[in-house]
Write a protein that binds this ligand. Sequence first.
Ligand SMILES: [Zn+2]
Ligand SMILES: [Zn+2]
Length: 171
Amino acid sequence: MRKIPFFKYHPEPLKTGMIKKETTTCEVCEKEIDYIYNGPFYAEEEVSDICPWCIKDGKASKEFDGTFQDEDSCDPVDKEEYVDELIHRTPGYGGWQQEYWLSHCGDFCSFEGFVGWSEIEGIINDLEDDISESGFTKDDLQRILVNGGSLQGYLFKCNICGKYRIHFDCD
Ligand SMILES: [Zn+2]
Ligand SMILES: [Zn+2]
């Protein structure tokens, strides 16, 4: 069994659930594969089965003229090539609303997963700025932020300095 490729902006897609283990046929390369993409893909055509290898080499986005993340819903970064890698060659994540991708130190952060209060309690200092910008207080979050609940947290981590960031949305 092949190991799935490494994605700089989504290093643990099996853990986040955005790639899952399933034997099926990839619609792009038409090979039988053991892993399948489980996140959003924005394209004209409905494409349901994409393998991680066709994400990594850009084949899926090229063939279907699609993206895994909306270009207009991303923080600014220093280089255009970062945007290209994120939207065309990185597994996305499924949010309640339009997914938003955070950056730090001039580059996109890696998506770490879906979180509630208990998952972020230990790293809360890193998240102070994002929390105050969100309009919620820490007390609010402690009460209402539950993984899989109406208010959902999406955790990111800077690949350069290691700082955590968080994005929220509601159902
Ligand atoms: Zn494929
Ligand atoms: Zn940073």
